[in-house]
Design a protein around this ligand. Structure first.
Ligand code: SAM
Length: 238
């Protein structure tokens, strides 16, 4: 049976209370958050930036990013109200700079070209329509904006065992995309400069990085003179 959003909502409503204390914080979520922050710091430096964190859960990454880059503005979006509610203390602490929004990754409630960065950590395998989610990410990024998308790396035997066997057994029919599939989806959505980096470890993960395409420059008028039909006729008669 295909995985659906109702399953995700039920799973995370159950998990929300113990989520911040689970062992995966140490094995996977913490290391993936550090990889994202390092990359954003390398690209943006200390510039003020706007970031959308999709599948933000209890807001741990959003608050870590804000602490590392105090000039940033972070919107955390999650499908499950219970996960956002568990981050209440964090949203309040950063109330001027970090904003929770309940919503679906496949229908982002933002105007086109709204963000400098989009991050998405450990959430993508829950999206039933992954192509639609990536198309939405492309739409709400500013032209030249950057997507940093992390999910479990399942292309080598150990990762396959963890994600396609153990996680699938526990979470249901979730789908960890292969690195090749990530490339296909990103290319199809119009992303450029796609780069991928595997982080090894007990829970290996893949960081996909890509840049939203610049729009094609608007046509600014003819760069050549158009001769009128009568002048063409006169020349050919002479
Ligand atoms: C494993 S948690 C990861 C949380 C956080 N990104 C982190 O790294 O700690 C996955 C999150 O994705 C959210 N999620 C699942 N499906 C979603 C969807 N369609 N749209 C937005 N969020 C979704 C879940 O509610 C959950 O909070």
């Amino acid at each position: 049976m295909a995985y659906d959003k109702r399953q995700a909502a039920e799973e995370f409503a159950r998990w929300s209370e113990s989520y911040d204390r689970c062992v995966l914080q140490w094995l996977l979520f913490g290391p993936s958050h550090r990889a994202l922050i390092k990359r954003i710091e390398a690209v943006a430096g200390r510039k003020p930036i706007s970031v959308l964190d999709i599948g933000c859960g209890t807001g741990l990454f959003a608050s870590r990013l804000q602490a590392a880059l105090p000039e940033s503005r972070v919107v955390g979006l999650d499908l499950v109200a219970g996960m956002l509610a568990m981050g209440e203390r964090r949203w309040r602490y950063h109330e001027e700079t970090v904003f929770p929004v309940q919503g679906d990754s496949e229908r982002l409630p933002f105007a086109a070209g709204s963000f400098d960065f989009i991050t998405c950590a450990n959430s993508f395998h829950h999206y039933p329509n992954q192509e639609q989610a990536v198309a939405e990410m492309h739409r709400v990024l500013k032209p030249g904006g950057r997507l940093l998308l992390i999910d479990g790396y399942r292309d080598a035997p150990w990762g396959w065992f963890i994600y396609d066997v153990c996680v699938t057994y526990r979470e249901g029919n979730v789908h960890h995309a292969s690195s090749r599939r990530f490339r296909e989806i990103l290319d199809r959505a119009g992303f450029q400069a796609v780069a991928q980096k595997v982080h090894r470890g007990f829970a290996p993960f893949l960081l996909n990085e890509a840049v939203a395409a610049e729009p094609i420059p608007a046509f600014s008028g003819p760069h050549f003179r158009v001769r009128s039909p009568s002048s063409v006729a006169q020349r050919s008669e002479s």
